[in-house]
Design a protein around this ligand. Sequence first.
Ligand SMILES: [Zn+2]
Length: 419
Amino acid sequence: MSQRLVLLAKSILTMDRPQPIEDGFVIVQDHRIIQVGKRKDLFLHPSVRMLDLGDTLLLPGLINAHCHLDYTLFKGRVRHEGGFQEWLRKMGRKTRETSTADFKRSIQKGIQESLIYGTTTLCDTATSWESYSLLRHSALRAFVFLELIDMGNPSAMRYWAQIREKLKILTKDQPPTETFGWGLSPHTPFTVSKELLHFAGLFLNGNGKPLTSIHLAESREEASYFRNGKGPMAERIKVLNPAWTIPRKTTPVQYLNENGWLPKLDLGVHLNLVGERDIKLLAKNRISVVHCPGSHAYFRHPVFPFRKFKRAGIPVCIGTDSLASNQSLSLFREMRLFRKNYPGVSSPEILSMTTVKPAQALGMGHQLGKIKPGYLADLIGIPMSRWKPEPDRLYERVIQFSGTVSFSMIHGLPRLRVS
Ligand SMILES: [Zn+2]
């Protein structure tokens, strides 16, 4: 059993109870929170290790439900002109031109940026697969979604056989740890073949169901491809693979359902264009939606239907997407952008989209996303010294916070402290 550590802070937002704890403490032992309360109620042996964070607001570490650390160095390098499919094509070319060393530099830079902006858990969609090892050995808690994409590949069966081999070696040599897990992410329903969806689906059934994520119903072009088999995506696929089956008279969500994938899906990323039937299917299959406000604004996608999801009881989480389509990996910035677009949504609800809701989406709602006894000790601190004492506005102050965090603890270990 490791030594107890007592954190003292001016204020604590637990996300477990609505009111903040003023002059509070959190006791951490063996990676977990064992007690939370008010300083005046703290009775301890003088030898216990204390860390007084002073004028700091402590809150649960933020969970980035979707990003691509592979592309951190692509910031400002892939311009969005000529439509979404054209941007995807340019991204594909840039990815093929990028060396393994550059992907590694990009991922390391993304890890550092995530840490300073208060992310403690990161869901990374990995195109190069290099983030598997780097995130596994990083300070962050991470889930790496290994990306599958076989558009342009003549044989889904051969592609899948190679993936299986790579996966076997990777997960045997570097198995999951207490702070690291992996999942699968078919890239989109239009860049992954029906056959590959089928093989990956069979694999999931027989392997304890790793987490899954997919980009879904993001753009108008994707909607038109599934509706009538026309548009830039259909044109591109016909050039790359004339034998590819182009769907018609359906939607991206319904297409995934027809191919048996909705019951297997945990995180549906984007979902900007959905009809009533799509919403019913997402709710029925208990899928969590990930909205990326910065990336959404960059592409000028149609309005994100937050209220429809809320009415249907579908949880919405927030992610940053990659720096190829966003300016920062700060979830505070994403929450601020969300606030601007949805002024009627309460501040605690917005903060839950980067804490409680993504924790639940990852199947960790009982141990992540709150400061609560028994939960994993993932906490961040924000400096409050310049704040006016307005306890009623604390949640909103968090959402409007534009700096870097002054403290970060992940799995019970202090990882960042600025005094
Ligand atoms: Zn993405």
